[in-house]
Design a binder for this molecule. Structure first.
Ligand code: PLP
Length: 428
């Protein structure tokens, strides 16, 4: 209460009056542990122990990681501790080289880039730290030397954060954005590949490819698409906002020219963290969009793309803990767990009369997220029913489509069953 009162005292009276501070529990109840602290155990015991490392109340099932992840306690505590340290000890900062820094934006942050690179199988030199996926997409779209008449292929389902930079270049510089229509649902990887090939002309410079699409959760055949793009000298730019953290990502094996992502979704990192990978051979082709002291320092081409001025170091510290948390479980194990729960969900949906899976069901096109509808129910109605009846959080994708249901490591097979039970009730 004392903390709350003194905090409120710092605010203007109207703001203080309107502010209801959230209940902030779970921290003192048990120490924050990392996955490696949980010890060897059989699978379900491990996942149950891991669930306790999250502050989502035990009776709430959170299936909306595709929008925003929930960071484990260790990440939250690291961010909070760093913020407290910086704010408390700032007067001790003498700016000498051996003193730690208290902000980002003026340093290459090499150790942090190296650490993040372990998740993508690249080196830290091939990564720029950004604030989210949208930054990464814009840095590519604005950074390429595209001329009037040059063409970019995008899908009609691309998230604005994976596309709009090209629309801006179309308005400003006269490039041509060719929009392909994705079948609902696509039947096979070949169909998606054909779609890109048919939209390609001698003027095509970029294929903007979602790794997993936002609105339909389609997992694209990115490796084959990137190989075809490369044969044609086209930039294969992969939007990894919905894949990094739930699918294994190996940018070298994928063969992409660029890959951008938002670790605040599936990597469970602090909100406002992002990354952009660019294949070493192509890094120097990109202009930076934001310029500060090292804007043209080609000795570290990706640092040129980190020239955004003062940023929040505490978030990067939390990102480091999130990467460690992820690596201690392992990308392959996470993918297996997440996709198994999604398979369980899809199998259950098939037995509910009136349920339609809107996402693809071809095994190469599925992932841990599923979009589905119920006959005669809007997306909003399904979303609200699941929450009001069972504290199950999925996200509406609009009245006519249905809901998006993303399974991640804090979910359990029992939660999936609970959701299926509620859906069956609603459909009856
Ligand atoms: C496929 C895809 N691309 C890009 C974005 C944008 O992410 P951010 O808002 O973190 O930049 C999203 C967000 O949901 C997304 O799903």
């Amino acid at each position: 209460m004392t903390n709350r009162r003194s905090f409120l005292g710092l605010l203007s009276a109207p703001l203080a009056a309107s502010l209801v501070l959230p209940r902030f529990d779970g921290f003192n109840a048990a120490p924050a542990l990392m996955p490696a602290d949980l010890g060897p155990s059989d699978d379900e015991v491990f996942w149950r122990q891991l669930r306790k490392q999250f502050t989502i109340p035990a009776d709430e099932a959170f299936f909306n990681t595709a929008t925003l992840g929930s960071s484990p306690k260790a990440v939250q505590e690291a961010v909070i501790a760093s913020m407290q340290h910086i704010n408390r000890d700032i007067a001790q900062w003498d700016y000498k080289p051996d003193h730690e820094n208290y902000f980002t934006g003026y340093y290459p942050e090499m150790p942090r880039r190296d650490q993040l690179a372990t998740v993508l199988n690249c080196t830290g030199r091939d990564l720029a730290l950004t604030q989210n996926a949208t930054f990464g997409m814009n840095f590519v779209a604005n950074g390429l030397d595209l001329k009037a008449g040059d063409e970019v292929v995008v899908t009609d389902q691309a998230h604005p954060g994976g596309r709009k930079g090209y629309d801006l270049r179309a308005s400003r510089d006269g490039i041509v954005v060719r929009q392909v229509t994705v079948p609902e649902p696509p039947e096979s990887p070949d169909q998606l590949i054909q779609m890109y090939l048919e939209a390609t002309t001698p003027r095509t410079r970029v294929w903007a490819i979602p790794h997993v699409s936002s609105s339909r959760a389609i997992r694209y055949p990115v490796k084959r698409l990137c190989a075809l793009a490369r044969e044609r000298g086209i930039w294969g730019v992969v939007d990894g906002a919905q894949s990094l953290g739930h699918l294994t990502v190996d940018v070298q094996d994928m063969g992409c020219d660029a890959f951008f992502a938002s670790p605040h979704k599936w990597m469970l990192a602090p909100k406002g963290t992002g990354l952009l990978y660019v294949r070493p051979e192509r890094q120097k082709e990109l202009w930076t969009t934001l310029a500060s002291s090292a804007w043209d320092d080609q000795s570290d081409p990706m640092y040129r793309l980190m020239q955004y001025g003062t940023g929040n170091l505490s978030l990067l510290i939390g990102l480091g803990v999130a990467v460690e948390f992820h690596n201690q479980i392992g990308s392959a194990r996470i993918q297996q767990r997440d996709v198994a729960m999604a398979d369980q969900l899809r199998a259950g949906l098939k037995s509910i009369s009136g349920a339609t899976i809107v996402s693809p069901t071809h095994p190469e096109l599925t992932c841990a997220t599923t979009v589905y509808g119920l006959k005669g129910k809007t997306g909003g109605e399904i979303q609200d029913y699941l929450w009001n009846k069972g504290r199950v959080r999925v996200r509406s994708m609009g009245d006519t489509v249905g809901v998006r249901h993303a399974c991640h490591i804090y979910n359990s097979p029992a939660e999936v069953d609970k959701a299926l039970g509620l859906l069956k009730q609603m459909a009856a």
